[in-house]
Design a protein around this ligand. Sequence first.
Ligand code: ADP
Ligand code: MG
Length: 383
Amino acid sequence: MSASTITLFQENYGTTPEQMAFAPGRIEFIGNHTDYNGGLVMGAAVTEGITLAVRRREDQQLRFISDGLEGVAADLENLTPLSGSASWVNYPLGVIKILRECGMSMSVGCDIAITSTLPTGAGMSSSAAFELSTAYALAALYGFKSDSAGFAGICRQAENEFVGMPCGILDQGVSAFGKKNSLVSINCASEVYRTQAMPEGTHFWIFDSNEKHALVDSAYADRHRECHQALAVLQKALPDAKTLSDLTCEQVKAHAADLGDLLTRRALHITGENARVRSVEAALEQGDLPGVGAALYASHKSSRVNFENSTAALDALVAALAQQPAVYGARLTGGGFGGAVMAFTRADFDADAAAMVAAAYQAQCSREATVIHTQAGEGAHLL
Ligand code: ADP
Ligand code: MG
């Protein structure tokens, strides 16, 4: 993987990189859209990710190349978001801007090359992998110090402010804190991170629906806004609530008349997800894997009914997985509105079983699913 990144770097810049970093994508295990609502979420870094190579230049230019894409150049002293086919460099440009605001001194620009083993826009957070690999490699190159939580925060700020995506800390937090064979729990209100071993003999399978929703970003922003509207209504009666995650499902239901149907369902998704994260943590401690699976299915149902961030394609994949005896549970993973489904399985869920799920999906939705059998891997690090 890193050999091909070095080759890409050499072919484009005619020299060798000075620093290299890897950052993983992630699975959202459970806790959907809770991160920007001050709630609880569990994820896992995957073994797939982005490898980034970098070398200082002698002028003020920034140059970017990604396998299969046309190169882009920018000026270090004029960092503004780019549009159109060059907009993929907004992730590293944003990270560079925030790193400098945090005190990283860059007297010269750099050449950057990346390769990826992640599907793009599938809900496995290639964007956070891109941001974290940029932050780790550049911090090492220009001599800037931070820790995992610091880098996660810088990268989230870059995505929020420079890319314009109002995401919470899940993607960057899990990419930074991931650990081999472990789940990462985040309390997004206190930003406390905890890792917990995956139960022996359990596996992750990802089924990318290959459905790209044209309006994912605006749909995500709509849900972000609806959650804040629901909170504002609830705060009139419950002024101590700082976020939706300070409330229970019962409190939301008690104010359903003030909220109206739509905002009630949006709020119930968040309060329900927080309760399900707690129930999964307890079930994992007791080794109750069917209990974990039931919470995963319940989470997907709440996405479908309450939050309306599922799609017919994602529902078809979850329904096909539910037919398989070796699957504990399955749900959409990530923001939704297209993207991928995650299945939490026993060891005897195999390629044949995955092919049956993909065939059922193809028959129902006339589209091929991309299947990835993955494991929980290490968080961002220098190579
Ligand atoms: P996700 O994070 O779920 O993969 P996003 O829409 O948040 O989806 O981020 C995907 C975007 O990140 C792509 O549209 C592209 O701009 C950028 N990106 C991801 N991987 C690469 C890559 N290998 N090369 C160039 N840009 C990439
Ligand atoms: Mg993303």
